[in-house]
Design a protein. Sequence first.
Length: 57
Amino acid sequence: MRALSEIYDFITGGSIVTPFGLAIAILAAFWLPHLRAEAFVGIAALTFVAASFERPN
């Protein structure tokens, strides 16, 4: 369980926005098969922008 927690912390970097954005990007990629790449990259980019304005913990 500790390894999973370490992986989660590495991916999210302590961000609150990142896990939600990644989940939404993955769901959009499955729900919009004709726009799979565009939806995933667009949402991932918006998540990156939102996470960059997030206050550090």
